[in-house]
Design a protein around this ligand. Structure first.
Ligand code: NAD
Length: 277
């Protein structure tokens, strides 16, 4: 893929093993990018427990693996809800690699699901703060840096099938992911004059750490066993399987590369044909 070698990418939420962010970071590193493995790193309050987050230890392990494959990577902890931490992350990135060319907003919370009548305000805030406000803050800080550099850039938002369709118990998640597509479109038209392209990727179901939690949650809600629930997803998928983290990594690399130089403002489904609008 043209135009990736030597570029620098930050991937938020990439510190959890088996996650989409980890796969994106490793794939970009394989294509010659310098990558920043960024994640919250430590538990924070009742909604960000160690069961759900990428730890500093995992972040370091991912960096080690990338380096062992002759890639360039560093780990920078960053809570995407905190603008000061985002600014620090970008400063450290510039200090280490000299520029920021690709920003992947992947950090996300998809494990806070409640019936709508009981949906807590604090749960709504927790989801929106990471998924939408986090993407806003990171995009803004990245755009400022890219404008200063004057050579364009690529911002990629990892949205979801829930950015196009509704899902039960997921009012906050669905609203946040639809919002991410709105942010993508607005930023694409506004930042185009700086040659900054802004796109979103919309995966369907992938059994990551988060995906595994969702499999358990929805299979219990539907009264199905875990495997029958997953088989149900496979059966309705035109390509006959659930998603894989590498499917998303390849789409992100394409959108980050010069191969997609005339594509901006898109919300690309990577869903085996399950979602098509
Ligand atoms: N797995 C799926 O089926 C699926 C489908 C569609 C979209 N997605 C989206 O893909 C992205 C990655 O999901 P995943 O399945 O790899 O899950 P994951 O849980 O492995 O990754 C999410 C990451 O976000 C991080 N994060 C959470 N709060 C943060 C914060 N405040 N600051 C920084 N990082 C924070 C977590 O620590 C974790 O590492 C998410 O945005 C998710 O909504 C996933």
């Amino acid at each position: 893929m043209k135009g990736l070698r030597g570029k620098t990418a930050i991937v938020t939420g990439s510190g959890r093993q088996q996650g989409i962010g980890e796969a994106i970071a490793k794939y970009l590193a394989k294509k010659g990018c310098n990558v920043v493995i960024s994640d919250i790193g430590e538990p924070s309050g009742k909604n960000f427990t160690k069961t759900h987050i990428g730890s500093s230890k995992e972040m370091k392990a991912i960096v080690k693996e990338i380096k062992a494959s002759k890639g360039n990577a560093i780990a920078i902890p960053c809570d995407v809800r905190k603008s000061k931490q985002i600014e620090d992350m970008i400063s450290k990135t510039i200090k280490k690699f000299g520029s920021l060319d690709i920003m992947v907003n992947n950090a996300g919370v998809g494990y806070i699901m409640e019936p709508f009548e009981e949906f807590k305000e604090s749960s709504w805030d927790a989801v929106l703060d990471v998924n939408l406000k986090g993407a806003f803050l990171c995009s803004q800080a990245a755009a400022r840096q890219m404008i200063k550099q004057g050579k364009g850039g690529s911002i990629i938002n990892i949205a979801s099938q829930a950015a196009k369709s509704g899902f039960p118990f997921a009012a906050a998640y669905t609203a946040s992911k639809h919002g991410m597509v709105g942010l993508t479109r607005s930023n694409a038209v506004e930042l185009g004059s700086h040659k900054i392209r802004v796109n979103a990727v919309c995966p369907n179901h992938i059994t990551t750490g988060l995906g595994h939690w969702q499999n358990k949650f929805f299979s219990e809600k539907l009264g199905l066993d875990y495997d029958s629930y997953l088989q149900g997803i496979v059966d309705k998928n035109p390509l006959g399987r659930t998603g894989r983290v590498d499917d998303i990594a390849r789409a992100v690399a394409f959108l980050a590369s010069d191969e997609s130089s005339y594509i901006t403002g898109e919300a690309m489904n990577v869903s085996g044909g399950e979602e098509y609008h």
